[in-house]
Design a protein around this ligand. Structure first.
Ligand code: GDP
Length: 441
């Protein structure tokens, strides 16, 4: 699968940051060096890498105020945001003409996947209720017309062809045919060459001038890395394209093309091809691609959850209380309620590198437990809540009766409270990721 090397190298860079309580500028610098190398090796263009690293560094150095996260996670988050931005931020849609038909001109080098992916796109639109028409404007490659007819038949999309005459005339006739037959989209399959050349560009410009396409979609092969970016630049300079379809992402593309195209041409990737089959096409989502490159989709949603659930001021107060050994059962209850907002504790722990769920067994929280915990804690006197060590067996019996529970339940709660306190102290030396420590406080 594409991006494997990049994903691995980025993960290695992040791993070194884990377990560090606070990042020094040197730590950030070292991580940036590794990320830079990883991107260069993935064939991302030098200029793009340079700018990317500058942006991530700037954010990383200024970001240690964000106390809810561990520094390593913070860097992952920043890299994720910047990767998403690099690829265009949000996903870009196909432009639809206000008055049908929408004319989509598929352009690109020979072998990039124009014919296959133009058909895939037509098939995708058909599924969305459109009535597409495929038009054979590649009159040089002998098998091109036949190939288009074959894929058209497989998708049950009509194919317009006029043999090997001037492609400009075919394009015009195809649009007229669509208007007459109620096809609301026309996909023009144009000719390619092995390299960008003037004759090809002139022909494409003539088609563009003749039919005024709604959208010029450049098809590029992700496998050719930097060359794909260069081709994109050349096509854009000549034709002012609207977007890119990046094909063969199912191969072992290193990722450079996906990461550089938007930055170099200013034009977004709109679709990706992920296989030879006609349904192997996807809308391109920069954010999902970034998470995929980072191999950390789950981790990112965890970080988001943590950010949403933590009240920074409260966390600081708790930290202070803990330091002074003034952490009470009331605080404990509040923390459990916070944790519950984030989902199951074992799930959360499973996402944090270096900690096994079994390390914290017995601290799981569910609704029933929380209600019981609340009842028990509310049955204590304020003094008992602040000083749980005064709870002798008589007091425990009274609390159990008051909360409709058993003494064993009271004991379990006290044990959990104790455990959490011990763990927090044990880990506050830096062994545990900071966000986890905070959770426990
Ligand atoms: P064209 O010359 O630009 O029209 O390219 P074609 O559509 O003929 O595609 C060239 C080759 O790439 C064909 O063998 C396609 O099956 C293959 N191809 C196209 N898109 C993809 C893709 O997303 N993944 C893979 N693995 N192969 C693809």
């Amino acid at each position: 699968m594409a991006f494997e090397g990049l994903t691995e190298k980025l993960a290695a860079a992040f791993k070194k940051l884990r377990g560090k309580g606070r990042l020094s500028e040197a730590d950030v610098k070292e991580a940036m060096r590794e990320i830079r190398l990883a991107l260069l090796e993935a064939d991302v263009s030098y200029k793009v890498v340079k700018q990317f690293i500058a942006q991530v560094t700037e954010k990383a150095v200024g970001a240690d105020v964000l106390e809810a996260l561990s520094p390593a996670q913070m860097i992952v988050k920043i890299v994720n945001q910047e990767l998403t931005e690099l690829m265009g931020g949000t996903s870009a849609k196909l432009t639809i003409a206000p008055k049908p038909p929408t004319v989509v001109m598929m352009v690109g080098l020979q072998g990039a996947g124009k014919t296959t992916n133009g058909a895939k796109l037509a098939g995708m639109m058909k599924k969305q209720g459109k009535r597409p028409l495929l038009a054979a404007c590649d009159v040089y490659r002998p098998a091109a017309i036949k190939q288009l007819e074959v894929v058209g038949e497989q998708l049950d999309v009509p194919v317009f062809q006029m043999g090997q005459i001037d492609p400009v005339d075919i394009a015009k006739a195809a649009v007229a045919h669509a208007e007459k037959h109620g096809n609301d989209m026309v996909f023009l399959d144009t000719a390619g060459r092995l390299h960008v050349d003037e004759a090809l560009m002139d022909e494409l410009k003539a088609i563009k001038a003749a039919v005024d396409p709604t959208e010029i979609l450049l098809v590029v092969d992700a496998m050719i890395g930097q060359d794909a970016v260069n081709a994109a630049k050349a096509f854009d300079d000549a034709l002012d394209i609207n977007g890119v379809m990046l094909t063969k992402l199912d191969g072992d593309a290193r990722g450079g093309a996906a990461l550089s195209i938007k930055a170099v041409t200013g034009k977004p990737i709109k679709f990706v091809g992920t296989g030879e089959k006609l349904d192997q096409i996807e809308v391109f989502h920069p954010d999902r691609m970034a998470s995929r490159i980072l191999g950390m989709g789950d981790m990112l949603s965890l970080i988001e959850k943590a950010e949403q659930s933590f009240d920074e001021k409260k966390a600081m107060e708790l930290q202070e209380k803990l330091r002074k050994n003034k952490f009470t059962l009331t605080d404990f209850y509040e923390q459990m309620a916070q944790l519950k907002k984030m989902g199951s504790l074992s799930d959360i722990i499973g996402m944090i590198p270096g900690i096994k769920a079994s390390d914290v067994e017995g601290v799981g929280v569910d609704d029933g437990m929380l209600r019981q915990m609340e009842a028990i804690i509310l049955s204590m006197t304020p003094y008992e809540r602040e000083n749980p060590n005064v709870l002798n067996s008589n007091r425990k019996k009274r609390i159990a009766a008051g909360s409709g529970t058993q003494v064993v339940d009271v004991n379990r709660l006290l044990k959990q409270f104790d455990m959490l306190q011990t763990m927090t102290k044990q880990f506050s030396g830096g062994k545990m990721p900071r966000n986890m420590r905070k959770m426990m406080k």
